[in-house]
Design a protein around this ligand. Sequence first.
Ligand code: AHR
Length: 650
Amino acid sequence: MRNNKLNTLILIFLLVSFSLHSQTNRKLDLFIDKPTGEVPSTLYGIFFEDINFAADGGLYAELIKNRSFEFDQNLMGWNTFGNVQVRTEDPAFRQNPHYVRLKAPVHSFKSTGIENSGFFGIGLKKNNNYQFSVWARTNQPDSLEKIRIELIDSENNPVQSAELIVNSEKWKKYSIIMRSPVTESKSKLRIFLISKGMLDLEHVSLFPVDTYKGHENGLRKDLAQALAELKPGVFRFPGGCIVEGTELSDRYNWKNSIGPVENRPTNHNRWEYTFKNRYFPDYYQSYGLGFYEYFQLSEEIGAEPLPIINCGMVCQYINAKEDQLPVIKLNPFIQDALDLIEFANGDSTTHWGKIRTQIGHSKPFNMKFLGVGNEQWGEEYIARLEPFLKVLRKTHPEIQIIGSAGPDPDGKNFEFLWPQMKKNRIDLVDEHYYRNPEWFLTHAGRYDTYDRNGPKVFAGEYACHTASKKNDFESALCESAFLTGIERNADVVKMATYAPLFAHVEGWQWRPDLIWFDNLQLVKTPNYYVQQLFSTFKGTNILKITENAKPISGQNGTYASAVYDKKTDIYIVKIVNTTTSIQNFNLEFKTNKGTHLRNIITYTLKSIGLDKCNSIENPNQIIPVIENINNNLPVLKIEPQSLMIYTFKL
Ligand code: AHR
């Protein structure tokens, strides 16, 4: 009798645990043998705009602000002492005519000179070399003048100094290497006139010698390296709203951004005044990071260059319709587009190809994509896009044209623009979405029903904005859920680029942003790691993965996609779990290949709190964890609030 009772209890226990087990393990079907499409190499890319001090003060390694004295207030960014004047007669550079004249004080105890604090200070690294350079002239025959250059630490102590003799009455470049004995994020550069006469100074520059790939006029190494490590397939530049300008005269003009840096005219930056509470009166564009540098960077990080050009429209948020360039005056803008294609792709016998060759790149950059307009909308956009298309299709059918779907992923402008894009047979439509977590989660299936025969999609700007507008884990998790939908639909969505890319911790206007930095360090956000994981494991072919014959796009808070990488013969399954409990899946293989899995590795990015972020002080709080698993068919145990990627061979 007692034995019977015991047996019954054991049976009940077994039944309960079996049913619990079968309840918790969901079943995923992975269709190995029939890829549903190819993953374009451009799928995950980057979008760079000079916002948040991303260029001057950021990726562009120049350490001196207003080096050419061309800000509207010519001495903005400079402290001057003694006898200093701004002058323009007989300038060294036609397009940057202002320079300073320093005259020695009468009393030997007094000083004349200038001082620059860079962008929120000058970042120096101990034992690193910096190239100081300046254009100078004595402006008087047979005179020799002398300057002393000092690096000043945050406590106002000179930590390094050097002297230069200016020996010509004609403009000449002088340079000297200075080694910093300290690491200091808030240094200054001070220049004293130490001879008794006077001299003129122009284009004062301080540049780290150790730039990305060692280029002169190069890029800050750690920031460029972080871009390379994203393995981007496409590189969209230079904007964004700065393409448009508030007035046509301050639109981004690519022709002003090439050639000798000293003669690239300084431009306004609309991010100076866009947000009243993040006003930066000293935010300009030096164009030191210009189109040549953008193309060069694209090549060096293995990304397809994708420039956006102005289509004769200023920023529609700020300007009324009547401020737009009349369509009949569009020709020079269309010519700019044609010249750009020649600059990128023409051989050295062409006018612009020759200029590129003279700058230092005889091989064409092989540009394949061109965006006409940034975030434009309305009939006024179509009226300007169509003349561009007419000429570009005829002269450059090889170039894929990107048109805008406006600033929102739905609504009146969007609904108007998409049919126009179809009618005009645009190659890719640029969709933008800065939306909240709920939107990202509920729109993960957005592209499942897109027209397979229409223009393709370029998700050219997107980011999940949580209530805090920080790069918290929640935003990254929601983006990863959404990206599974992009990946599943990579036959329609050919490119996706997070925005914005960079932000200086002291100089930002817009957040969240993918990479934060100060003058010495950078922070990779959880969003960065999501991009990096998806990009590294983008594979080459889309595989169908389903639960109950449906894509996994929100059921029980989970999202999934799968790809095969024919280059490495690896299968990749990405699963996002947005719930607070572990989700177990049995993976069923639809294949004739056999199901013995080898070399299983997991990459996990998981929550330590949805509101947690990485920071300068604590940059590695949230990073992917890599684990090797035995060569068994695993139950996929997807951690609560995590992105998990399984890679394996069969
Ligand atoms: O990424 C920031 C801004 O957002 C871009 O400049 C613009 O295109 C969009 O409105």
